[in-house]
Design a protein around this ligand. Structure first.
Ligand code: TXA
Ligand code: MG
Length: 538
């Protein structure tokens, strides 16, 4: 098949419309990305989209209309909030999912009972829809798995010889696909972020839920609310690794890994400092520009022949969330976090919290491992469910919260049950700590403290660039614990003796802060360390 390149003139648009009415495939420009269009009500034409794209048949398509009135026949009904949302943001980069009318072909729905509809703002897209006289089913016009095309030349790279025509409408303005929101459940649910941000949705809808798959890999065995989320996506041939952290940390990291075949997907400001081939996708603080340039930048990296790409991570906020969502998929969720982590540990009563306070006052964020441990066992968490499966449902109070005393009795009965407890809680605690450290890196923090009495037990020492251990002589610890916890000497001794001795905390390479004089002296020591750390990474 010879793929025609059509101009966005009256003749070009008429020819595209004629081909579509005839059941053929035409790639059309939209303000998000180019779409591979077919008559949405012609099952055979729709089926041929999947062949042209090599797309799995269970991945449903978006139906494009050019008049809100054309939505009514496609769905079972239009609830009030859906209509208000459409009136606020259509035409534009927003797709709304509602229960589908019965005549919507199964091919369009990917076997689901719902249908996704969008009214694009691009005038060429609107003209083609109006002239063809049919709603158009159109996924992004790339081969399945590769970055979506944002101009006609990129469409041709993937689709030459596979479709009837490409209508050339220039560069797509937004550059990433539409925001996809489902209004089928109790609460509006964001399935894919795009040019219409969560904040904009909430302005009309009130609170929305953000599907876990927007920022995280699907857990094994989970079903995707949006089937497209489960497939590898947007990926160039190179292996992409997403690097989180400040500009300085990103540059240091890339330059330290400047081997053959390494390239950087960076921000404009980074280019002068990087010692590897660079492709920029915009300025660090301009998510709209990043969205506009990202997909073409991914394709340029392949043209460079890059084998490994270190990508600077965008701030996942506003339109940046859409950029982040695409990039993290291009990276197959491979994240490198460059935030500098100071582990803070030591036995009870030695003065660890005093040191943590000094860091906090200096503006360094603290990840509190004890609090994380409580969070991962809150009602309905996976970790709590796993604990119930291992130790019995009666480790819960009647309100569903964890009865720590009963759990402790069971879990500490034998070394085996204790090991079982740790094998359930430690991975959950580690995952949650990693997540908090990533969030801090995303928020621009160069440095964080991980306050963890059990730093070594859960393996969290592996996350640290430096470890501080606070110790103190036994007598001083005893009197502090008695005052702090309001207990007598024997009870304080019991508490102390339940912990490992100092040698457990003060291992090779650990910075030891001995708290053996006054609190002021300890604070001075902590301040000196902070000054040194800030010099290192800021
Ligand atoms: O901006 C866009 O939306 C572009 C342009 C061409 O309009 N189109 C696009 O289509 O990105 P596609 O097929 O590449 O992505 C559609 C996404 C997929 O993740 C798909 O799983 C999801 O929307 N989707 C479609 N119908 C759905 C439904 N009924 N329920 C849940 N997810 C749905
Ligand atoms: Mg796509």
């Amino acid at each position: 098949m010879n793929t025609q390149l059509l101009k966005p003139t009256t003749e070009g648009i008429n020819e595209a419309a004629r081909l579509l009415r005839d059941g053929q495939l035409v790639a059309v420009p939209t303000e998000t990305v180019y779409g591979l269009a077919a008559d949405a009500l012609n099952p055979k034409a729709v089926a041929s989209i999947f062949t042209a794209k090599d797309r799995p048949m269970d991945n449903p398509l978006i139906v494009h209309i050019a008049d809100i009135a054309d939505w009514t026949p496609l769905v079972k009904g239009i609830p009030h909030n859906a209509r208000r949302l459409a009136e606020a943001y259509w035409p534009g980069p927003l797709t709304i999912i509602l229960p589908a009318a019965d005549h919507i072909p199964n091919e369009v729905r990917g076997g689901l009972s719902t249908v996704a509809v969008r009214f694009p703002s691009d005038p060429v897209a609107q003209a083609v829809i109006l002239h063809s006289g049919c709603p158009l089913a159109a996924p992004s016009a790339n081969r399945s798995g590769s970055p979506s095309p944002t101009n006609a030349a990129r469409v041709m790279e993937d689709m030459q010889g596979r479709i009837a025509a490409v209508l050339d409408g220039g560069d797509s303005a937004v550059g990433v696909e539409s925001t996809v929101v489902s209004l089928c459940g109790d609460k509006p649910r964001l399935l894919r972020p795009g040019g219409i941000t969560p904040e904009m949705l909430e302005e009309v809808l009130g609170p929305i839920e953000i599907d876990e798959a927007v920022t995280h890999a699907l857990k094994k065995g989970a079903t995707a609310a949006s089937p497209g989320m489960k497939y590898k996506h947007y990926a160039p041939k190179a292996q992409v690794r997403l690097v989180k952290g400040t500009a300085a940390a990103y540059i240091d990291y890339v330059n330290a890994h400047a081997d053959d075949g390494v390239a950087a997907l960076c921000f404009d400001e980074d280019i002068p400092h990087l010692r590897v081939p660079c492709v920029s996708y915009g300025h660090r603080d301009n998510p709209l520009e990043q969205a506009h340039r990202l997909f073409d930048a991914l394709r340029q990296l392949d043209e460079l022949g890059a084998k490994t790409v270190y990508a600077a991570s965008p701030r996942p906020q506003g339109v940046g969330l859409a950029v982040y969502n695409r990039l993290i998929r291009a990276a197959a969720f491979d994240i490198i976090n460059t935030i500098r982590v100071i582990g803070l540990t030591g036995p009870t009563g030695a003065g660890k919290s005093c040191v943590a306070d000094v860091f906090r006052e200096a503006g360094v964020p603290i990840v509190d491992a004890d609090r994380v441990a409580r969070q991962v066992t809150e009602p309905n968490t996976d970790c709590l469910k796993a604990l119930c499966a291992a130790f019995g449902d009666d480790i819960l109070h009647t309100d569903g919260s964890l009865d720590r005393k009963t759990l402790a009795k069971r879990a500490f009965a034998t070394p085996e049950t204790a090991a079982l407890l740790n094998s359930i809680t430690h991975p959950a605690i580690m995952a949650a700590i990693k997540q908090q450290l990533e969030d801090l890196a995303d928020a621009g923090h160069p440095l964080a403290v991980l306050d963890a009495p059990l730093l070594y037990e859960a393996g969290a020492d592996a996350l640290c660039d430096r470890i501080l251990a606070v110790t103190a002589p036994t007598e001083m610890r005893l009197s502090r614990i008695m005052v702090r916890d309001g207990i007598d000497r024997d009870a304080a001794l019991l508490r102390m003796n339940a912990q490992p001795d100092d040698a457990f905390y003060t291992r090779d390479g650990v910075t030891v802060l001995v708290n053996d004089t006054t609190t002021e002296a300890l604070i001075e020591k902590a301040k000196a360390i902070i000054a040194d750390e800030i010099r290192r990474c800021c």
